[in-house]
Design a protein around this ligand. Structure first.
Ligand code: MG
Length: 159
């Protein structure tokens, strides 16, 4: 069986005056994340995991932040574009596991919505998408509320 796994990681600085978008969902918050695109840290981690599984480079190579076309870009659309590349290569996504690391705000109330957003964008059953959230227990830049990070792992199976 031809299976391939990929890992993705991303981190964005917390800033005032931008929306906080995680997995395509706008989370009520007094701050957002800094980035050229919409800075959707979870969408970026999953996108990189898909690209990594296929050894196709990374999100910065495909959607450079020097390109004005991606200014404030909807990262879920970038994720959809990479999903099309996965399909074109003849793979399906078996499952996704992911972690959001954020000291604040609490992610738990939004997890189901985030799962549905990601599974919808990738045409998957929501039972195959896992999104977990952790704090960093007040330790390091994430724990001090300066940044939010995400990890993602994907498994692809050749169709
Ligand atoms: Mg990013």
């Amino acid at each position: 069986m031809d299976i391939r796994q990929g890992i993705g990681y991303d981190l964005h600085r917390i800033v005032e005056g931008r929306p906080l978008i995680i997995g395509g969902i706008r989370i009520p918050s007094s701050f957002g994340l800094l980035g050229h695109s919409d800075a959707d840290v979870l969408a970026h981690a999953i996108t990189d995991a898909l690209l990594g599984a296929l050894a196709l480079g990374d999100i910065g190579g495909h959607f450079p932040d020097s390109d004005p076309a991606y200014k404030n870009a909807d990262s879920m659309l970038l994720l959809s574009k990479v999903f099309q590349m996965v399909q074109a290569k003849g793979y399906m996504i078996s499952n996704i596991d992911s972690v959001i690391i954020a000291e604040k705000p609490k992610m738990a109330p939004y997890i189901d919505e985030i799962v549905n957003s990601i599974s919808g964008a990738l045409n998957m059953d929501s039972s195959r998408v896992s999104v977990k959230a952790k704090t960093n227990e007040g330790v390091d830049s994430i724990g001090e509320g300066l940044a939010i990070a995400a990890w993602a792992n994907v498994l692809l199976v050749a169709e």
